[in-house]
Design a protein around this ligand. Sequence first.
Ligand code: 3EB
Length: 332
Amino acid sequence: MTIRAHFTPVTQPPLAEQDRHVLATVTFGGTSGLTRGEQGHPDLALPMAVTGGDAFREVWTVTGRPRWTVREDHAYAHNGRHLFVAGLIPEQGVYTPPVRALYEKAFALVDHLDYSHIFRMWNFVGDIVGTNAEGMEVYQDFVQGRAQAFHTFMGDSTAQLPAATGIGTQGRGIAFCLLATKRGAPRHIENSRQTAAYHYPDQYGPTSPSFARATLLDDTLYVSGTASILGHETVHHGDVRRQTRETLANIAHLVSRENLAAQGIEDAGHDLKDLRMIKVYVRHEDDVPAVRAVCEETLGLGVEVKYLNVAVCRDDLLVEIEGIVPARGWDL
Ligand code: 3EB
């Protein structure tokens, strides 16, 4: 059996369905920190205002009881098949060395515990478009440290880079979490509408970001944080509705039969109606109603969508959207 996720309000204990156990939870809203949840599992809390809604948790469940470890700057949970690792870096003047060190620690855990395939990462970067103590953009500072850690473990190869989200928070410091699997062979997927992030030209910074556009594992498609980028360029400057439509068009193409087939993946393909666990990160709180209207138009009203008010990694990006196309039997 496989790993699944669902959303719950923070006011509700993250009770798993029958025969399933909580691997870990991520809380959106509150002060940043790593703690033990009610059942002993790791909880990574992130400072993100939830516009027009209560704080919520993303609950990851598995079959087979996990082992849980929670320390001050990192936590992990694993059950023989899946591994969750989280890390927390307090506010720093320069992030490259501590980001490198903690990601290397996380990758060493992945190796040591023998969950060799990372299939999804999230990177939550406080003050993401701010400037560090040496005048470098905080996102670039982060990207550099992460790239060094990937290099330590994977060399120059980009073949194993997983789907990821890179997004701001309403706090300071950097948090991350990742999911890895012991068995199974994740396929990392690019989007033919977009330049691979690891091939972005250096106008965006000296180091290109280390992530794929999606990862396919056990018939589930994990869609990375996606923005209004065509090729490597931001499109629809200043127009949040068009950025939202372009972002959704990027996801629609990413999960389509055509895009998957072009990468040698035999799959019937999917459309936006198949997307679940949708998180929409909106830079300006005032834009949330417009973004919501476009999302409801395109995704329908039947699917739960979480809106978060945080900065995106380029000043001109107003929105970023992520989600999961689950294998049949995942939900409902
Ligand atoms: C982009 O497409 C938008 O640095 O981990 C999306 C997903 C983005 C992941 C990351 C950044 C990251 O470049 C930003």
